[in-house]
Design a protein around this ligand. Structure first.
Ligand code: PLP
Ligand code: COI
Length: 370
């Protein structure tokens, strides 16, 4: 890589100093917050933090009361956006235990993101340990039913220097937010706006990693989607501006009349862990799955002819959300009359049953915290 980070200290994973909050949220207040959590607005009492500096490597791993960071105004992240993040969930099982879904895959993607952004790669065991320790201490914040605890690991560059170069210092942290549905309507079909003015990423750019900059660049297009009355934006490729890539915060699948599934190939999109899990579940059930380019014009034609039966968005936050309507400057169209399709809903059930421990995990995807 040419970036001389010290990555020898994976043993820090077993050295988290646990410092419980002196005044955690009272039980009644927590219960009130958990009754209707929404998405990403409520936070638990603690956070996990690990620091990196050149020479010292990763150090000071701890879990403590959630608090503000103190950042110098010249901290690199504030100027050059050297920042990456992840998203995964902890699920409460019916027997009261707690499952994490594929945290190893998030840890690996986080490392890939760090490498692409020339940041210090966090040893994967440290990522997983930080997440687990936070879930353990904030266990009381995991909602029951179809809610979950959304975990947000992230890393920022905090060297105090205005030159443009990879930072020598980093803060890795994990925060947690009890969540319900990402979309207000739950699993009801969502509407999406095709962004023809703005693109998200080009091959060779940062589309394949989870860096904050990708999302900053998507906000104008997402705002356009909201203005048009849509829930989410869908981006087209940056070169020919006709191949469907992904949504602002989700991957996309298409279901055809022969029962097959198709999803855009990797290259400039985020390699979603939900996307990968869906492909595995579908293939196991004998459903053909292709990773192939699909143009917006073909999508419109196939929706009109009935060749396209369903389309759905997928991601950790969105789970599997059917797409009912597509809006664009060239006219709107609906998919299967705008109703939720059986393939999307069937895959959704299969996936959440594994996540909540209601179905046997034959893939080694579940890591039980309790
Ligand atoms: N694509 C984008 C741009 C995302 O932000 C996300 C969410 O993390 C996904 C796809 C889906 O990824 P995953 O299934 O790993 O959550
Ligand atoms: C996730 O699904 O984890 C994301 O980061 C996407 C975002 C829309 C919350």
């Amino acid at each position: 890589m040419g970036v001389p980070f010290d990555t020898t200290d994976g043993a820090i994973g077993s050295k988290f100093d646990i410092r419980p909050a002196a005044s955690p949220t009272p039980q009644a207040e927590r219960a009130e917050k958990l009754a209707n959590p929404g998405f990403g607005r409520i936070f638990t009492d603690h956070m996990a933090v690990v620091r990196y500096s050149q020479g010292k490597g990763w150090h000071d791993a701890h879990v403590a009361a959630r608090t503000n960071f103190s950042l110098d105004p010249a901290a690199a992240v504030l100027h050059y956006a050297q920042e990456i993040f992840e998203g995964l969930k902890a699920y409460k099982r019916d027997d009261g235990g707690v499952n994490l879904f594929r945290p190893d895959a998030n840890a690996r993607r986080f490392r890939n993101s760090a490498e692409r952004m020339a940041m210090a790669p966090l040893p994967e065991p440290v990522f997983i340990e930080a997440v687990e320790q936070l879930v353990k201490i904030d266990r009381a914040w995991i909602p029951g039913g179809e809610g979950s605890l959304y975990l947000r690991p992230f890393m920022i560059a905090n060297e105090v220097f205005l030159g443009v170069k990879p930072s020598a210092d980093y803060i890795f942290a994990v925060i947690a937010s009890p969540v319900g549905s990402y979309f207000k309507g739950g699993p009801a079909p969502v509407s999406i706006w095709v962004s023809e003015t703005y693109t998200r990423a080009a091959v060779g750019g940062t589309g394949e990693v989870k860096c904050g900059g990708n999302y900053a660049a998507s906000l104008r297009a997402q705002a356009e989607a909201i203005d048009r009355g849509c829930d989410q934006v869908v981006f087209l490729d940056a070169v020919e501006r006709r191949y469907v890539e992904e949504l602002g915060g989700m991957n996309i699948f298409f279901v055809f009349d022969d029962g097959s599934l198709m999803t855009p190939p990797l290259g400039a999109i985020l390699p979603g862990i939900t996307r990968d899990s869906i492909m595995a579940l579908a293939r196991e059930a004998g459903t053909p799955v292709r990773e192939a380019h699909y143009t917006i014009d073909q999508w419109r034609t196939d929706a009109a002819s009935g060749k396209l039966k369903e389309a759905f968005a997928c991601g950790t936050a969105a789970v599997i959300s059917p797409i009912g309507k597509v809006c664009s400057a060239h006219g709107d169209f609906s998919i299967s009359g705008g109703a939720a399709g059986p393939v999307a809903m069937g895959l959704r059930k299969k996936l959440v049953d594994i996540q909540y421990g209601r179905a046997t995990d034959t893939h080694g995807w579940i890591k039980q915290v309790f």
